[in-house]
Design a protein around this ligand. Sequence first.
Ligand SMILES: Cc1cc2nc3c(=O)[nH]c(=O)nc-3n(C[C@H](O)[C@H](O)[C@H](O)COP(=O)(O)OP(=O)(O)OC[C@H]3O[C@@H](n4cnc5c(N)ncnc54)[C@H](O)[C@@H]3O)c2cc1C
Length: 417
Amino acid sequence: MSYSNLSWMNFDISDEQKNFLERVDTACKSVRDHETECYLAEKTNNMIVPEFGKIGMLGCPISKKYGGLGYDILTYAFALERIGREGNSLRTFFSAHVSIGQMVLQNWADEEQKKKYLPETVSGKIIMAFALTEPDAGSDPGSMTTKFEERGDDFILNGKKHWVGNGTFAKVMTTYARGPDGRISAFIVDADSKGFHAEEMKNKMGLLSIKNAEIRFENCVIPKRNLLGTKGKGLSIAYSALIDGRLSVAAGAIGVMKDCLDESILHSQKRQQHGSALAKKQLIQEHLSSMILNIESSRWLVYRACAARQKLQDYVEGIKERDQNWQERLNREDREYSDLRARADRYAAIAKLHTTNAAFDCANRAVQIFGSFGYQKTNRAARHFLDSRAITIYEGANEVLKLKIASLELGDKYQAY
Ligand SMILES: Cc1cc2nc3c(=O)[nH]c(=O)nc-3n(C[C@H](O)[C@H](O)[C@H](O)COP(=O)(O)OP(=O)(O)OC[C@H]3O[C@@H](n4cnc5c(N)ncnc54)[C@H](O)[C@@H]3O)c2cc1C
């Protein structure tokens, strides 16, 4: 009989971590009203950095060595789950700043770069972003046309990125460009670099309190010390960042579903039609039980994906401690690293695909339960509905994730994208 050994997964957390999550809960409550105002006014919520900064959430999974809390991937996911209840807009800030921002530096930067940037990102002095997507290279970042060349002590970048979350105010971001030999490299870019331009993208359907930017690099000057990782390995860095990005979206989606359920229960118990509460109607209960099913199935997938990602993290940290040339070692064929990374990638893709579809379904059901009251942006279910449309597109559009999941099972020669 074949079976999956699940003993490597442990979802226990300490009292200290529980206390931290309680502080996250308090911070979420303290920004809730302002978040609603900002969403309706399409403004950035300026309470996020001070309120979440003071409890350490701006550096939750970042090592204590750089000022972070040094929490594991699962604790960070629990925090994002709570934040997700306030909406995908608020959670997206953390995905961009922490998951595909700071964590990319923590994972791939050299010591000097980490010391220079990470402490200020934890304090909130520097907000981060991730600039990969281009107008003509979305699901296929390997076809990017942003270019770099070397000039003396600098790299010169030319090209355009778009949809960059936090991009209007981020002081630092990672970006990705193709060199003269055709290979893609990763860079740390300071927003005050010569030739860097950021412009807000307007007319979004949802995610209204988070800002996205179009970034133009016009002979943008980046010092050579800001190369991230090994030259030519940029796409691998971007894809590893997307594992963390997908996990963050998936964890937040559980919170979205929980809020849709809570709001729906409250409303359906209060609202009377045809002589009794909506909550007594069997068809309304069908909506509620579907939401509960979505939440419970999503939790399992996300926590399991976190455990797989943690295993990868622990392995890489061990190598970093033992081997100064760890980047070269990982770039060479390190079988265990490849296997652990493929597993983390697989579970993160499955979790993101399922939870984002489930969150959109929950939001849709919640709007339906609210009836006409759910058709205004002042209603939480309406906002979840609008925002959840984006999460099936970004961090890997769901069609592409389906193909990825299938080809990881079938083998590379069946890759359909
Ligand atoms: C709100 C928002 C925030 C974002 N934030 C960021 C950010 O911070 N940083 C960043 O770099 N990018 C960001 N993005 C960009 C996002 O990652 C891309 O939109 C996404 O990767 C899809 O690319 P695309 O929009 O160009 O769509 P396309 O790649 O053109 O895809 C369009 C449709 O075709 C499908 N498709 C594509 N290829 C295939 C295939 N081979 N087979 C079948 N179907 C396929 C897709 O699934 C999708 O449904 C953001 C996007 C949004 C909407």
